[in-house]
Ligand binder design. Structure first.
Ligand SMILES: CC(C)(COP(=O)(O)OP(=O)(O)OC[C@H]1O[C@@H](n2cnc3c(N)ncnc32)[C@H](O)[C@@H]1OP(=O)(O)O)[C@@H](O)C(=O)NCCC(=O)NCCS
Length: 169
């Protein structure tokens, strides 16, 4: 992959390919709508989704946004066939540049605890752990109950799959 391979904001025609990449990289969850997330990032005026293409095909993507104080990165994904070639590092560098250009001096982000490889990736590119816990609350009235139920279903499915893996052959 050429070193100067451009990492650029998505265009409308990219939406399906970006969501497909996020699905293939295990980043989507039943309680989130990635297409709506992507559109909101762009339409809010405080977010963007950057993409990397190889021969016209999207092989990397990352959502970046800021809340007026800190930046955040979501949905960072590199196609499994293109990993360990520096693309993730460059997507994050593009997100950092996006923040700097807006006067946003730092980035906070969340990584699911079980995702040790991604924690190692972020450590390798200069991110440090914090002393903070991450808290959440659904503030849309119709969202909290639905999201809690979908998360419980998801956890049960995962526990069932783990049990099946441990079971007798
Ligand atoms: C995390 C991810 C984006 C990294 O992309 P990548 O293009 O492979 O990363 P890079 O090649 O830029 O890696 C930069 C450095 O990070 C470190 N690194 C990357 N992946 C790593 C892993 N799985 N384990 C340990 N270190 C890792 C290495 O030091 C690497 O440098 P090296 O290749 O010279 O050893 C990619 O693995 C991915 O898409 N994962 C699935 C989606 C995901 O979980 N995203 C994060 C959501 S929070």
């Amino acid at each position: 992959m050429p070193e100067d391979f451009p990492i650029v904001p998505f265009v409308d025609a990219d939406v399906a390919a970006i969501v497909d990449l996020w699905n293939r990289c295990g980043l989507t969850r039943p309680w989130n709508d990635p297409t709506a997330d992507l559109r909101l990032a762009r339409e809010s005026g405080h977010g963007e989704v950057m993409v990397a293409r190889v021969e016209g095909r999207i092989v990397g993507a990352a959502m970046i946004g800021h809340d007026g104080h800190r930046g955040a990165i979501y949905y960072l994904a590199v196609d499994p066939d293109h990993r360990r070639a520096g693309l993730g590092r460059r997507l994050v560098a593009a997100a950092e540049a996006w923040c700097r250009a807006r006067g946003v001096p730092k980035i906070n982000l969340m990584v699911r605890r079980e995702n040790a490889g991604v924690v190692a990736f972020y450590a390798a590119i200069g991110f440090a752990d914090t002393d903070c816990v991450s808290l959440w609350k659904a503030v849309a009235p119709d969202r909290a109950a639905v999201e809690t139920a979908l998360k419980a279903e998801w956890a049960a499915r995962r526990a069932g799959a783990a049990e099946a893996d441990d079971g007798p052959a």
